[in-house]
Design a protein around this ligand. Structure first.
Ligand SMILES: Nc1ncnc2c1ncn2[C@@H]1O[C@H](COP(=O)(O)OP(=O)(O)OP(=O)(O)O)[C@@H](O)[C@H]1O
Length: 608
C-alpha cells in the first residue's frame, strides 16, 4: 500500500467507521470495507476522489441510489463527510461481484445463473418503475450477498444511469460496456429495453460460458447491429427463446418490461417438458488438474492417530523435543475408554517417544514457540517429551485458542446454562489478564474460538432463529478482552479452521457436503466453493489451502480457485501442514497405522 493510501486510510479512520480494507477502485475513487464503530455493522464506503470524476456524476449515482429501495439493488445508507470529502455509505455485499464468482467457478450452475438473472430483473423492474435506466448492466456491476441457498444479486453502480423521460442524447463520455450494449446504444439511445438487452447478454454468458459477440469495440458494434445470435443446442429451447427475444436487434421485438422477461424466464425453467437442471447448491464443482505427489517418508506407528501437529518451531524451554518432530495423540480404545496414548515422533532418531501423562481425551494440540499444548475439555497442559504440566483448569467445558506468539490464550467457557464467558490469560504462567465477560448470543451453539494473530480473537457461534439454528455470528475481541465488532452471515457454519493467514478462516457449512466457505476478514469477503469431495481434514499453507477426505486431496488458492487434486493413501485419520510444502498424513488401515510425509511442491508450482 502506498503512503498516499495509508494517509487516506488514516483520514477515514477518524470517521464513524473502522476501515477493514480496500475492496476496489472505480472511476470515482476507492471503495473500502468498513465497520461502524458503535454498531459493528459492515458497510462499503465509496469515497469520492475530487481529482478524478466530476462531482456531478457522483451526485447522480447518489440521487438514483437513494430513490431506489429494493432487495436486488445495493442500498445507499448515508453520506459521510470528512475533511471536505464525500463518501457514500452503502450496504456491504460480501460475495464480491458476479464477474469474480464467474471467474472462480468457470461455469456457474445453470439453476444458480437463472436465479441471479431473475434477481437482476426484479431490481430492474423496480428501477424502471422509478423511471431509471441503469445503462451499464454487466457482471462487474452485479454485487452478491450471501444467503442460505447460495447468493442473491444486487445491482450496483448507477454512475451512468439515466432517467427514461430525459430525452437528451447520451453524452459521449457516458458510455457503457460495448459487450453488453444494445444496437441503439451505439447511437446514444437508451431505454428500459437497452437494460433488458444487456440482461440477455448476461444470461447467454452465464449459460453458454462466453458472450454472444466478442472483439474490439468497433467489431462489437457491428456484431450487435448485424450479426445473428447463435445459441448452442444444449440450452433448453424455452431458455433459447428468452435469450433470443432479449437480444432482438429491434427494441420493439424485445421484452417490453423486466417483469415480462422475468415471467418468461421463470416459465422456461418451470416447464416440466423441458430438460430440468439438477438441484444446485451454489457452485458446480469442477475437476482440478490431477497430480502425483512424491512420498518423502513413510513410517509405521503403533497407535491409530487421531490428531497430528508438526513441531516446526522449537519450543523455547523444551530442548529435548526435536525441531520438525510430529506430535500426535491417539485414543486407544483397545486399552480402555479412559486411556489415551500420546507421543512424539522424533524424526531425527526415527522413533516414537511415548507420553501417556494425560488420562483424558485431548481435543486439540497446539504448537507455539512457548511450548506444545494439549487442550482437554476443562484443562490445558504443556507437554514435554514424557511429562505433561497442567497450565490451567476450568470449572466448566472450555474452548481455547493460543495466539501465534504463544504469549496469551483466549478461553471461552460454557457454564451449565450454556452461557459463554470470554477471558484472556497470559502464558506460560496462565494468569488471568482480564475479567471474564459474558458473551452474546446467550442462546445458540458455540462453534469455535480462533486467535487471528497476536492481537485479535474471533468467537464463532450459531444463532437460534425461532428455535432453529439460523445464521452464524462472529464476535471479535482484542487481546485485552474488549469486544470491537460483530457480524453475522446467514450460513450454518459447523466447523472453523484458523490458518497461518491472520485474516483468513476456512469453514464448513451444515447441509452442503461438497463445499467449503472461505472467509476473508480484512476486507470482509465470503467465498463459497463447490468441491468434488466432502472435506474432512483441512490445513493451510501460505500459497493455498488443502482439504482431504479419506483418500483424496484438493488444493485451492485463497480465492477459491482449485489448483490441483491428488490421490492419497487410503484411510486418512489426521493431516498436518509441514513447512512450505510438506504434508504429514496419518492413516489407519486394517489395524495398521502409518505416517506419510508428502511433498506438495508440484501443486504449489502450479499455483504460481
Ligand atoms: N456495496 C459494495 N459492497 C461490496 N463491494 C463493493 C460495493 N461497491 C463496490 N464494491 C467493490 O468495489 C469495486 C469498485 O466499485 P465501484 O462501483 O466504485 O467501481 P466499478 O463499478 O468497478 O467501476 P466504475 O464505477 O468505474 O464503473 C467493485 O468492483 C466491487 O468489487
Amino acid at each position: 500500500m502506498s503512503r498516499a493510501d495509508v494517509l487516506r486510510l488514516q483520514e477515514v479512520k477518524r470517521s464513524n467507521y473502522r476501515i477493514l480494507g480496500l475492496i476496489g477502485r472505480g472511476q470515482f475513487g476507492r471503495v473500502y470495507c468498513a465497520m461502524h464503530r458503535q454498531t459493528g455493522k459492515l458497510v462499503a464506503l465509496k469515497a469520492l476522489d475530487l481529482t478524478g470524476s466530476p462531482t456531478s456524476q457522483f451526485l447522480r449515482e447518489l440521487k438514483f441510489l437513494v430513490t431506489l429501495e429494493h432487495p436486488n439493488i445495493v442500498a445507499c445508507e448515508a453520506i459521510e463527510h470528512w475533511q471536505g470529502k464525500r463518501c457514500l455509505v452503502m450496504e456491504y455485499c460480501e460475495g464480491g461481484t458476479l464477474r469474480q464468482l464467474m471467474e472462480n467457478h468457470h461455469r456457474l450452475h445453470p439453476a444458480l445463473s437463472v436465479k441471479l438473472v431473475c434477481d437482476v430483473l426484479a431490481g430492474l423492474e423496480h428501477a424502471s418503475l422509478q423511471g431509471i435506466v441503469h445503462c451499464d448492466i454487466k457482471p462487474e456491476n452485479i454485487l452478491l450477498s450471501v444467503d442460505a441457498s447460495g447468493w442473491s444479486a444486487k445491482i450496483s453502480d448507477f454512475g451512468i444511469s439515466r432517467l427514461s423521460h430525459d430525452l437528451t442524447r447520451e453524452p459521449a463520455n457516458l458510455t457503457g460496456s460495448p459487450a453488453y450494449m444494445a444496437p441503439e446504444r451505439f447511437y446514444g439511445q437508451y431505454s428500459h429495453s437497452t437494460d433488458l438487452y444487456a440482461v440477455g447478454v448476461l444470461l447467454y454468458e452465464l449459460l453458454v460460458g462466453h458472450r454472444p459477440f466478442s472483439g474490439a469495440p468497433p467489431d462489437l458494434m457491428v456484431a450487435h447491429l448485424n450479426q445473428a445470435v447463435n445459441i448452442p443446442a444444449h440450452i433448453p429451447t424455452r431458455l433459447q427463446t428468452v435469450i433470443l427475444t432479449a437480444l432482438q436487434k429491434l427494441k420493439a421485438r424485445r421484452y417490453q418490461s423486466a417483469t415480462q422477461m422475468l415471467e418468461a424466464l421463470q416459465g422456461a425453467i418451470q416447464d416440466r417438458s423441458q430438460p430440468q437442471f439438477a438441484p444446485h447448491n451454489f457452485a458446480t464443482a469442477i475437476a482440478a488438474p490431477k497430480f502425483t505427489l512424491q512420498t518423502l517418508r513413510q513410517e509405521a506407528l503403533l497407535d491409530r492417530v487421531d490428531q497430528l501437529s508438526v513441531i516446526e518451531v522449537l519450543p523455547e524451554c523444551d530442548r529435548d523435543l526435536c525441531e520438525s518432530s510430529l506430535i500426535f495423540y491417539s485414543q486407544d480404545q483397545a486399552i480402555s475408554a479412559r486411556s489415551y496414548a500420546k507421543g512424539f515422533f522424533d524424526r531425527r532418531a526415527g522413533k516414537i517417544r511415548r507420553n501417556d501423562a494425560i488420562a483424558e481425551p485431548i481435543q486439540d494440540l497446539i504448537v507455539r514457540s512457548s511450548g506444545c499444548f494439549a487442550v482437554t475439555e476443562r484443562s490445558i497442559y504443556r507437554l514435554s517429551d514424557t511429562t505433561a504440566q497442567r497450565v490451567a483448569q476450568f470449572n466448566h467445558p472450555s474452548r481455547i485458542a493460543i495466539d501465534p506468539s504463544g504469549k496469551w490464550m483466549a478461553v471461552a467457557t460454557l457454564n451449565q446454562s450454556q452461557a459463554k464467558f470470554f477471558s484472556i490469560w497470559t502464558l506460560p504462567q496462565a494468569q488471568l489478564a482480564c475479567r471474564p465477560a459474558l458473551c452474546e448470543p446467550r442462546s445458540g451453539e458455540f462453534i469455535a474460538i480462533a486467535a487471528l494473530h497476536t492481537r485479535h480473537i474471533a468467537l464463532v457461534s450459531r444463532k437460534l432463529v425461532s428455535r432453529e439454528l439460523g445464521s452464524t455470528r462472529f464476535d471479535f475481541f482484542n487481546r485485552h478482552g474488549k469486544a470491537f465488532g460483530t457480524f453475522s452471515i446467514p450460513l450454518q457454519i459447523e466447523r472453523v479452521f484458523p490458518t497461518r493467514n491472520a485474516h483468513f478462516l476456512i469453514a464448513i457449512e451444515t447441509g452442503f457436503e461438497r463445499s467449503l466457505v472461505l472467509l476473508h476478514l480484512k476486507p470482509y469477503r465470503v467465498i463459497r466453493v463447490g468441491i468434488l469431495i466432502t472435506p474432512k481434514f483441512v490445513t493451510a499453507y501460505p500459497w493455498g489451502i488443502v482439504v482431504c477426505d479419506d483418500h483424496h486431496l484438493i488444493a485451492l488458492d485463497y480465492n477459491g480457485q482449485q489448483i490441483g487434486q491428488a490421490e492419497l493413501p487410503a484411510g486418512i485419520c489426521a493431516i498436518a501442514a509441514h513447512g512450505e510444502t510438506g504434508l504429514a498424513i496419518a492413516t489407519w488401515n486394517a489395524g495398521q497405522s502409518t505416517l506419510y510425509t508428502l511433498n506438495l511442491e508440484v501443486i504449489r508450482s502450479a499455483s504460481l
